[in-house]
Design a protein. Structure first.
Length: 168
């Protein structure tokens, strides 16, 4: 699912350009923060996912000219891997370090994406990160027609980055 076309038009970019900007933001943040140079964006936009099993979700809210949420959804295994690579030591359980790491990664992605909104002359502020994890949970943010969800692959495991964006 992609963002609402009226929002894309207001940003003065095409949907393809916006997808490319977000993809590049994610790849750059993972290269810088996690040291992952081999991140693969699967070249499709997927429908938003709301049901998660054995996952960690980190979210950063957006408010101002546009309201919404940037979120990162990763399996427990990938969350542990991301955290281990960021900290330079093996992390074996989902704990505060994992929450902090995924929150910071998501914060960096949201900040990069916010920059694109701000360049278009929009005042947008970000919240502090929130993180949830569990064996099974449901997450509902915005409506599917206002959501851009991208799929990434790391060593045959996938994670999602989603942006929900609504005009104020």
């Amino acid at each position: 699912m992609a963002l609402n076309q009226s929002i894309v038009a207001q940003l003065d970019v095409t949907e393809e350009e916006l997808t490319k900007l977000l993809t590049n933001d994610v790849i750059e943040v993972f290269a810088t923060m996690v040291g992952m140079e081999d991140l693969l964006h699967l070249p499709l936009v997927v429908d938003p996912v709301s049901h998660f099993n054995d996952c960690v979700t980190a979210m950063v809210g957006l408010a101002g000219a546009y309201n919404g949420m940037v979120s990162l959804h990763a399996t427990h295994n990938l969350a542990l891997s991301f955290t281990s690579q960021m900290l330079g030591l093996e992390v074996t359980e989902i704990d505060a370090d994992v929450h902090d790491a995924l929150g910071e990664i998501t914060n960096m992605i949201a900040g990069s994406f916010k920059h694109h909104l701000s360049n278009a002359g929009n005042d947008v502020k970000m919240s502090t990160p929130s993180v949830v994890n569990g064996k099974e949970y449901v997450l509902s943010v915005g409506v599917p027609s206002d959501t851009l969800t991208l799929l990434f692959d790391v060593n045959d495991e996938w994670f999602l980055v989603s942006v929900v964006l609504e005009k104020e």
